[in-house]
Design a protein around this ligand. Structure first.
Ligand code: ADP
Ligand code: ZN
Ligand code: MG
Length: 479
């Protein structure tokens, strides 16, 4: 029997607001000691009232508009009640039956030019809970994260493989970083994912019961956990058993799934409208302001890079990997005013390598687009050769200096002066009679070796084409 895999993802996105969603505590506590960013509101002490953070709403609106969701003119907050030590109020303020936005889609490019459109069911805002951990036999609780703003975004069951699920997360992370609404760092829990998984016979048009895997908090985990769960479901079905709608937990270290509980139903949460907050009204003017301020989105920019600059889909995809890189590319193309292809090649190789090594995004490079363009022009003019250009690129960043100034100060300009180069070539020929004899007996491939010797003697500054021409002249002439 062949099976089709059905996956729907529920993601939580931590917003990078200055303060928490309902109080003035600092939202980002990553570097702070436990329980230092808390107040009576986020600790749920009696007699206090929440005040909604406008910045959090705006960031959620940005994502809603970016995925083409229908923002609701009025939405409501609701209490989701459950008991857990990291939830001091005994409920989480969330949205439920009337969320901030409905519908929309995230389109994800798959390989070979295909795409998958993943429909969004809904998008709402809510507060985060705290964290617990075990240490030396006691359970410790850190409330710093209580009240940190989250977007919850739920997809329709439109994903069809573990890899598609991973791609969805990669594209969602790209989008939230692009919009600047979240750092999107999965290791820090800025993007968390629960995966719902079921299987059905290939070609069937009904859905089977699903299980929900909690805690799949890395791209790799999404691939692995879903693949394991699919295997398990196939085994169960083939053994004649039915799939129970369990909630499973992915243990990243052990690489196994554990049953957490039989699924709670919504009734267990005893949802009701949050009486301490007004309905959230988003009028057309506000929405328009947010829409007008949206940047060109990743897929649109990727398409434009292909049409405007003639990039391949692969090149366009990499150069729109993040917004800073895309901006860098366009700035370098404008500053250089030479063939785009050169900018693309130098960026895909040298610049990306430098970024990886330094752990930077393009806006942190001191090799600015203007400096990269200057290096390319020096290269075009024959002032420097390629190895020098590569060196220069690194040094412009490391030393925060203009490439032309480095070339000037250190005499890095390549030697194209034919007389000077001819003298070095003659030396090399005179010093290596054995190689010369081999060359002349037909091993003309040795020319590369001779060029190398000349490059060494000139400490890499010779113009290699010119050297090759001169050497050929010398070696062939007296043969
Ligand atoms: P519940 O609230 O009962 O867990 P929902 O219908 O609200 O289920 O859906 C929650 C998530 O599960 C959504 O992302 C949805 O796309 C996904 N989902 C729903 N049904 C299935 C299914 N049969 N197989 C896989 N995913 C599913
Ligand atoms: Zn607080
Ligand atoms: Mg549900």
């Amino acid at each position: 029997m062949e099976y089709e895999i059905i996956i729907g993802l529920e993601t939580h996105i931590q917003l990078n607001t200055t303060t928490k969603i309902f109080c003035a505590c600092k939202a980002d506590s990553w570097n702070d000691p436990p329980n230092t960013n808390v107040c009576p509101v986020c600790m749920g002490l009696p007699g206090v009232l929440p005040v909604l953070n406008q910045q959090a709403v705006e960031k959620a609106l940005q994502l809603a508009l970016a995925v083409g969701a229908e923002v609701q003119p009025v939405s409501y907050f609701a209490r989701k009640n459950y008991f857990y030590p990291d939830l001091p109020k005994g409920y989480q303020i969330s949205q439920y039956d009337q969320p901030l936005a409905l519908g929309g889609a995230l389109t994800i490019p798959l390989g070979d030019g295909a795409t998958r459109t993943v429909r969004i069911t809904k998008l709402h805002i809510e507060e985060d809970a705290g964290k617990t951990k075990r240490e030396g036999g006691v359970r410790l609780i850190d409330f710093n994260r209580c009240g940190v703003p989250l977007i919850e975004m739920v997809t329709e069951p439109d994903l069809r493989s573990p890899d598609e699920a991973a791609q969805y997360l990669i594209r969602l992370r790209q989008l939230i970083r692009w919009l600047g609404i979240s750092e999107g760092d999965m290791e820090k829990g800025h993007l968390r994912c629960d995966a719902n998984v079921s299987i059905r016979p290939k070609g069937a048009d009904y859905f089977n019961p699903k299980t929900e895997i909690k805690n799949v908090n890395s791209i790799e985990a999404v691939r692995e956990a879903i693949a394991k769960e699919v295997e398990r479901q196939i085994r169960e079905v083939e053994a004649g058993r039915t799939i129970e709608p369990w909630t499973l937990e992915w243990d990243e270290h052990a690489g196994v799934l554990r049953k957490m509980r039989s699924k709670e139903t919504e009734a267990d949460y005893r949802y009701f409208r949050e009486p301490d907050l007004l309905p959230l009204e988003v009028d057309a003017a506000w929405l328009e302001r947010v829409r007008a301020a949206l940047p060109e989105l990743p897929l649109a920019r990727r398409a434009r890079f292909q049409t405007q600059y003639g990039l391949s889909p692969y090149e366009a995809d990499i150069l729109t990997g993040d917004r800073a890189l895309a901006d860098y590319f366009e700035a370098a193309v404008a500053a250089y005013a030479g063939p785009v292809k050169a900018v693309v090649n130098w960026m895909l190789n040298e610049v990306l390598r430098l970024l990886n090594e330094e752990g930077l995004t393009a806006d942190g490079l001191r090799l600015t687009p203007a400096r990269l363009a200057a290096i390319l022009r020096l290269l075009d003019a024959g002032t420097i050769n390629r190895p020098t250009a590569k060196q220069l690129l690194r040094r412009a960043h490391a030393e925060d200096r203009d490439p032309a100034a480095i070339v000037e100060a250190e005499g890095l300009a390549q030697v194209s002066d034919t007389d000077a180069l001819r003298r070095v070539c003659e030396e090399v020929v005179a010093e290596n009679p054995a190689e010369v004899a081999k060359y002349r007996s037909g091993k003309t491939g040795l020319i590369g070796w001779f060029v190398g010797q000349v490059m060494r003697k000139t400490r890499g500054k010779a113009n290699p084409q010119e050297v090759r021409r001169l050497l050929q002249e010398l070696l062939d002439a007296s043969a």
